[in-house]
Write a protein that binds this ligand. Sequence first.
Ligand code: HEM
Length: 391
Amino acid sequence: MERAHFNYPLSIVAEDDPYPTYKWMRDSDPAHYSGAEDVWVLTRYADVAAAFKDWKTWSSQRRGNLLHDIPERIGKTLGTSDPPAHARARGLVDKAFTPKTVEKLKPKIRALAETLAENARGCGGVEFVADISAPFNAAILGAMFGVPDEDFIRLRRWLDDFFLREPAGEGGPSRQVVAMRRLQEYLDSLAACRVADPGDDLMSAMLLAEERGERLSREQVVVTTMTFLTAGFESTNNLFTNLAHALACFPAVFREVRGNAALIPAFVEEGMRWDAAAQGFVRSPTRDVEIHGKIVPRGAQVLLHIGSANRDERRFDRPDAFDMHRPAQRHLGLGLGIHFCVGAALGRAMAQLIFAELLPRAERWEVDTGRAERVRTPNFRGFAKMPLSIG
Ligand code: HEM
């Protein structure tokens, strides 16, 4: 493949099949600099994993963890801070968001999944995002944080806009900045209510959690909740739609997992590897780093490319095959190291339970790719619209 003047474009994650390009990058330019986007891109598993683990060299706090991150977010939330601030905040969040939190939610998740799947069977098909993923996420995340369902409908637009990277409009801020401000206002008033009258929700738990005499400030709780809602809503939608898409691409996988529910956890893990919902996160080196004969300068914006690392043939046999039986090999779909996804147990449980309810009710599994629409944000890959027939 001749790509003499290749510049990694941020829009690539929304292409139908960016994986051949990622392979070319791993083989021919594993520490790539895209001048057009001013971003370095690491694409090999070993490099991405090593950078995730070495937070002293690869900072999340210098430039945030999203591409062209919003300056107001930097240093204020888990994903955009380094130790010691990160360790303190993560300790408190881990205390509020325990495996028990997820266990307690499971009956609600299962019941909701059953209702949504039953409705889908009744109609013979659905628009997967509007009919399954969005109401499922809104109800579960809303219940966790005490956000009423009717408010979530209003919040949804801002949750979607939050990850856009559009230029500012004429005389006004960009859509992502407006979204962040609106979410912040809403959550700040919700936090004020929780301070006055704590409930059985994660926001109250974070406001009350104490570690060595310290508490999170109200601003920290607001920004952390915003991270939870945005990360939780978008990542799970992208994961669910990528899994639904994989089932349509591989009818043999659909038949096998439908016939054997014990395979569902392996199906979800392989889906997270094969087509990562979070395609990459940003780090910035605290010193010049030499890698594959190039110098990545201190302070640069570097994308650790999860989507590519998960298909690295240096790590996985037959990486392009969707194989639920591959020997357990750690994929990077949920990150690695100190920033490993806080919501991993919740995301896994939700994905497993929704497919456990949908699969037995599906006679067939067909996505209308002509009418499906991809999400257009540079860090995430998935679908914003996905017509699916199951009956
Ligand atoms: C199931 C789909 C999900 C995927 C694929 C996913 C992916 C990831 C990844 C790759 C990271 C690492 C970010 C980094 O290293 O900079 C991360 C972090 C994070 N995720 Fe998730 N996530 C998912 C679900 C969730 C859910 C359901 C929540 C919350 C309810 C959540 C909340 C977070 C938070 C708060 C962080 C930052 C952790 C830190 O920096 O210490 N995620 N996620």
